[in-house]
Design a binder for this molecule. Structure first.
Ligand SMILES: *[C@@H]1O[C@H](CO)[C@@H](O)[C@H](O)[C@H]1NC(C)=O
Ligand SMILES: *[C@@H]1O[C@H](CO)[C@@H](O)[C@H](O)[C@H]1NC(C)=O
Ligand SMILES: *[C@@H]1O[C@H](CO)[C@@H](O)[C@H](O)[C@H]1NC(C)=O
Ligand SMILES: *[C@@H]1O[C@H](CO)[C@@H](O)[C@H](O)[C@H]1NC(C)=O
Ligand SMILES: *[C@@H]1O[C@H](CO)[C@@H](O)[C@H](O)[C@H]1NC(C)=O
Ligand SMILES: *[C@@H]1O[C@H](CO)[C@@H](O)[C@H](O)[C@H]1NC(C)=O
Length: 496
């Protein structure tokens, strides 16, 4: 199941890479990055890629090596007398040019007559600083380098476009990890970035992100209001655990495993349980958002429809759970459930740029900077307790080497939190937007701390939902959140 069979289907122009196969969700990261793309954008609408000569190592003045970083510009709305510059910060996947013509930030740009620029994050998409993604070459992959990339980029664009640095106002936008980056830009480079809109950004680096699945359970409860759905999932899971010992052949059949569970290693079994839980993570994290969906046939897979299916079916809890697993397999076009730990690790050890579509790079960042491991150790008994923190630490070691052990990861996490301030961040003119249904909100700023850095906590919305184009079916709280951000921008930029 994990990153097996990758097919990159290249559509009409190469800027639009679609992945139609293999597991869509792992380690809390959707394939291609956690931020989706706005839907309904035709290929010919998007502006062409541009390339920026970027420094490889911002910490080494004597190292003059450079590489080409991809970016996109939409200057259609720009008013060169009063307009600000909006910067969409790239993250843990390819920068998708569809964002250049659609999305909430484009609506704001139209209103405030802003220039729109999106800068791809180093090591993702087509921004390749090194020949490959060997562990040695990944030493230049970090949030520190990515923020410095942005700073260097802004300074250079100010010159290229003749922006007066004392007058031009750059506003950073970002969703998910780039939401964190957008906020951190205000900490590190307040003289370059005037304000930030930080959507669904985790600010606290944490090894054991056990709160993630607690929110998954709470969100299912919040959305369905009855406790029957959780009950059925819990019951189904108990049956899985019982059968794993007593009669794994039943599980092979129901869960369509690629190889019999009777031959599975300890790590395979953990991976199997993690896989079942991942399906619910994906379901919840993107519940009813307005993201482009690869397979529109499965657009109706929401917490509500899945819970209806689970509750109303006369199947046993086990069969109902397996049915959901089947839907998720079909959705990602997998013929069987591949829970093999070794094949997952083999893929993640592949150092070619195309092999894991950023998956290896993101795991590297979790192993060196963030942790964020979504373990089964929380106060939630839905998915058992089979995938604890050691399972994830083991992956860092197996993928990158012995040095990447728990102590090493913890040191990286500690540095990240002291470098950016974690939840003690103090940077004015940042607005934090989170959704209650998004598990990532547990590591983000959801309460207002200061009037000049407010938090908007949207009851009922999912990961980065505020960034996608609005639609009629949006809940009122989400509509209000978009309006509140617009009002803040208007105040900060002093534009009507
Ligand atoms: C789905 O998988 C099948 C068999 O693996 C393959 O033939 C087909 O092209 C895939 N379809 C898509 C849309 O990826
Ligand atoms: C601003 O735009 C106008 C109209 O396109 C142009 O004539 C003018 O030169 C521009 N000014 C600057 C400073 O770029
Ligand atoms: C900028 O976005 C608008 C709104 O979608 C679109 O009409 C316009 O063509 C875009 N301009 C460029 C240069 O891509
Ligand atoms: C989604 O819609 C399809 C028909 O388009 C239907 O067959 C399927 O059962 C629905 N799935 C859920 C979970 O409601
Ligand atoms: C479940 O069984 C009840 C009673 O036999 C029946 O009325 C109902 O239609 C069944 N539901 C489904 C989804 O098959
Ligand atoms: C690594 O991935 C590439 C691209 O998917 C593939 O062609 C290559 O065979 C893989 N290498 C190994 C050692 O598996």
């Amino acid at each position: 199941m994990l990153f097996r069979l990758y097919f990159l289907i290249v559509l009409l122009i190469p800027a639009f890479l679609e992945v139609n196969c293999g597991k869509q969700f792992r380690l809390g990261r959707a394939k291609g990055g956690n931020l989706g793309a706005p839907q309904g954008v035709a290929h010919e609408e998007v502006p062409p890629a541009k390339w920026f000569k970027q420094k490889l190592d911002h910490s080494a003045p004597t190292d003059l090596r450079t590489w080409k970083q991809r970016y996109f510009i939409n200057d259609t709305f720009y008013d060169n007398k009063s307009g600000p510059v909006f910067l969409m910060v790239g993250g843990e996947g390819p920068a998708d040019p569809r964002w250049m013509v659609k999305g909430t930030w484009i609506d704001y740009a139209r209103k405030f007559r802003a220039m729109c620029i999106m800068l791809e994050h180093r090591y993702y998409g087509e921004s390749h600083p090194t020949d490959d993604v060997s562990t040695k070459n990944l030493q230049y992959l970090s949030s520190y380098q990515a923020l410095a990339d942005v700073a260097n980029f802004i300074s250079s664009m100010n010159i290229e476009y003749g922006f007066d640095p004392s007058r031009i106002k750059w506003v950073a936008f970002g969703g998910s990890y780039p939401g964190s980056l957008a906020a951190w830009l205000r900490v590190k480079y307040p003289h370059l970035v005037f304000a930030s809109v930080s959507s669904s950004g985790p600010l606290l680096a944490k090894l054991d992100f056990k709160e993630y699945y607690e929110v998954v359970a709470n969100a299912i409860q919040e959305k369905t209001t009855s406790s029957n759905c959780l009950k059925k999932v819990r019951a189904g899971h108990k049956q899985v655990v019982a059968l794993m010992n007593a009669n794994p052949r039943v599980l092979d059949k129901e869960f369509r495993t690629c190889k019999p569970l009777s031959t599975a290693s300890k790590n395979d079994i953990k991976n199997f349980y993690n896989g079942i839980a991942d399906d619910f993570a994906e379901l919840v994290q993107y519940n009813e958002d307005n993201r482009m969906s690869l397979n529109t046939k499965y657009k109706n897979i929401t917490i509500n429809t899945v819970c209806d299916m689970l509750i109303n079916s006369n199947d046993t809890a086990l069969k109902a759970l397996a049915k959901f697993n089947s839907i998720m397999l079909d959705k990602s076009n997998q013929t069987c459930m591949d829970y093999s730990y070794d094949s997952m690790i083999r893929e993640m050890r592949n150092i070619s740029w195309t092999s894991t579509e950023g998956g290896r790079q993101w795991i590297y960042q979790t192993c060196t900077e963030f942790g964020f491991y979504q373990t089964s150790s929380g106060e939630v008994d839905l998915f058992g307790d089979q995938f604890g923190i050691d399972f994830f630490v083991q992956q860092c070691v197996d993928i990158f080497g012995k040095k990447f052990n728990k102590d090493f990861i913890n040191k990286g996490i500690k540095w990240t939190n002291s470098e950016y301030g974690a939840m003690e961040i103090t940077a004015p003119k940042v607005v934090y937007v989170h959704g209650s249904v998004d598990p990532w909100h547990a590591l983000g700023m959801t309460k207002t701390r200061a009037n000049d850095a407010p938090a908007i906590f949207v009851k009922g919305s999912a990961h980065c939902a505020d960034m996608y184009p609005g639609r009629d079916s949006d809940i009122a709280e989400l509509v209000r959140a978009r309006e509140s951000v617009e009002i803040l921008l208007s105040q900060w930029l002093q534009l009507p």
